[in-house]
Design a binder for this molecule. Structure first.
Ligand SMILES: CC(=O)SCCNC(=O)CCNC(=O)[C@H](O)C(C)(C)COP(=O)(O)OP(=O)(O)OC[C@H]1O[C@@H](n2cnc3c(N)ncnc32)[C@H](O)[C@@H]1OP(=O)(O)O
Ligand SMILES: CC(C)C(=O)C(=O)O
Length: 514
């Protein structure tokens, strides 16, 4: 429950965030993120769009049936089928919400929906009535609200509140608004919708002009009570407002924002890492709050200032967002009990079999790496448990490379339980590995991007490789981690191929996926 002074944090990482090209997640991955979002203190988790696919439906249902404190929202178009499907997915949640939407701008109504404003108004009301027959927790969004006629917006909002909507969302769907203008629109709607006191006013901003956070903060200042955000700002096109930026703005500037949130800020950084790890979407180093450089000081004058008093150049303490430099907790002499207790603290509940799998990988890693940090364990769980039902898995890799030999890779894979192996050459060791994996799997994906970075610090850090693959118009990201960067590259490629397989069987065809 939130107080009047508390901003309701509605996280849509699993819905709008998943609309980022290539970010599709499988059910265990979504459940893992949802569990972490609940620990983070998010009030409402938009778990997905159940009518989009069987996979989305099942994932929303699993999240609804697992989580205890957060409200679980299902997004539905304003029609009977979507709402019925959405309700089936969330009805067993401790706190279910139906979120239905329809566009209200002239452009969207005329060209996309091909409906008159009167028809849109009627469909919005009918849909909200249907949703309200299932639950008293109904959100209505006026898609493209920021480009809609304000008078029409107020008319629609008044009617859907009368029909039973308890949250009214005014999205800046295409990231077109400017803070001052958005703030004026929020005030206008609050003053000209007679029954607005019966609903919570929400905002949902996109980052097409880089203004999503600025618009969200302007809306809070104007009176919005709920903000729709994603971790790391991922989302459709240029993304959504990022949770961490809004929460830390309120936290850091209490003199400007009297409002609070229920977010445990010390869980922001681990959540950001988890989302990046699972979606494969890297956090740019200069990203606010969670970027690798957000607390790094390069210039001498800055370093001097920080040494004398960190507040000279740091407006928040790294610990506030859960960034701790000394997170060494486990090493090669640790046993299953210590590992399991730590894993439980991180929010996982592994079966005995899963723990054994992770333990084996942990020992293997501890032999190669002195200090095992949370990021390392997260990567092991991600690869050993969340992605265990994959088509392709790596069994063995051996690479010969150097400045006097022709790079050659020998690889053994398991394809749906069947072992296959082979060897081939390439222009470099990674090219050789990718050539043989592509040959063994019979896949023809194009490698669009390859990036490599260190997961933790030190020369024994795990290498983290991210690839972007495209096959038959479908784009998928793959991620792999290992102290050996060639193995990490192979794992990333195989993970990308598995995601392509997943997307082929759970098609979500979106133009920007191409
Ligand atoms: C701003 C946002 O982020 S909105 C959410 C975006 N998310 C998604 O689209 C989720 C993934 N989408 C999908 O899986 C598919 O689009 C589906 C399953 C939902 C629908 O697929 P299809 O039935 O093949 O329809 P398609 O996507 O081609 O077209 C959308 C249809 O919904 C209609 N529509 C769009 N928005 C709405 C709405 N809010 N309420 C009612 N109808 C709508 C369109 O007018 C179009 O109708 P038409 O078929 O009569 O022309
Ligand atoms: C469905 C709505 C809230 C949306 O995602 C948007 O308008 O961007």
């Amino acid at each position: 429950m939130t107080t009047d002074n508390q901003i309701i944090i509605f996280d849509t990482t699993l819905r709008d965030g998943e609309q980022s090209p290539g970010a599709s997640m499988n059910q265990p991955e979504k459940l893992r993120i949802a569990t972490q979002l609940e620990k983070l203190g998010v009030n409402v988790i938009e778990a997905g769009f159940p009518a989009a696919s069987e996979g989305d439906f099942e994932a929303v249902k699993a999240i609804a049936e697992t989580l205890k404190t957060a409200q679980i929202a299902a997004l539905c178009r304003a029609n009977k089928d979507d709402i019925n499907r959405g309700w089936q997915a969330v009805k067993n949640a401790a706190h279910p919400r139906i979120h239905t939407f329809i566009a209200t701008s002239e452009l969207h109504m005329k060209y996309k929906l091909q409906m008159t404003p009167e028809q849109v108004l009627e469909q919005a009301v009918e849909s909200v009535k249907l949703a309200a027959s299932y639950t008293d927790n109904v959100e209505f969004s006026a898609e493209d609200g920021s480009r809609s006629d304000p008078a029409f917006l107020c008319k629609v909002f008044e009617a859907v509140i009368d029909a039973g909507a308890t949250t009214i969302n005014l999205p800046d769907t295409v990231g077109y608004a400017i803070p001052e203008e958005y703030s004026e629109l929020i005030k206008h709607v609050m003053q000209n919708t007679p029954n607005m006191d019966k609903a919570v006013l929400s905002v949902h901003c996109h980052n097409d002009l880089g203004l999503a956070t600025a618009n969200t903060l302007a809306a809070i200042k104007a009176g919005a009570r709920q903000v729709e955000v994603t971790i790391n700002g991922i989302g459709e096109r240029a993304g959504n407002t990022s949770l961490e930026e809004v929460v830390m703005s309120l936290h850091t500037r209490p003199n400007f924002f009297p409002q609070t949130t229920s977010i445990d800020t010390t869980k922001i950084y681990p959540t950001s890492r988890l989302v990046s790890m699972i979606t494969g979407i890297l956090v740019q180093p200069n990203r606010a709050i969670v970027g690798a450089n957000a607390f790094a000081h390069e210039a001498g004058i800055h370093q001097d200032g920080v040494l004398k008093n960190p507040m000279t150049y740091e407006i928040m303490k790294p610990e506030t967002i859960g960034l701790s430099k000394n997170s060494l907790v486990l090493g090669k002499h640790s046993g299953r009990h210590a590992l399991n207790s730590h894993i439980q603290e991180m929010g996982y509940n592994l079966s005995k079999e899963e723990l054994n799998k992770v333990f084996e990988k942990f020992k293997h890693l501890a032999d190669k790496k002195k200090s095992i940090q949370d990021e390392d364990i997260e990567a092991l769980i991600n690869e050993g448990v969340l992605r265990s039902s994959e088509v392709f898995t790596l069994e063995y890799i051996n690479v010969v490379s150097g400045n006097t030999v022709f790079p050659t890779a020998s690889v053994k894979l398991n394809i749906n339980g069947r072992p296959v192996q082979g060897a081939t050459a390439g222009s470099g060791p990674i090219d050789a590995v990718y050539n043989i994996i592509s040959k063994l799997t019979g896949t023809t994906s194009e490698l669009l991007r390859f990036t490599i970075s260190a997961l933790t610090e030190g020369t024994d850090a795990q290498g983290e490789v991210t690839v972007r693959l495209q096959e038959d118009g479908i784009v998928a990201l793959g991620k792999g981690t290992d102290p050996d960067i060639i193995t990490a590259s192979a794992l990333a490629y195989i993970n990308g191929l598995n995601r392509l397989e997943y997307l082929k069987s759970h098609p979500i065809v979106k133009p920007d996926n191409l």
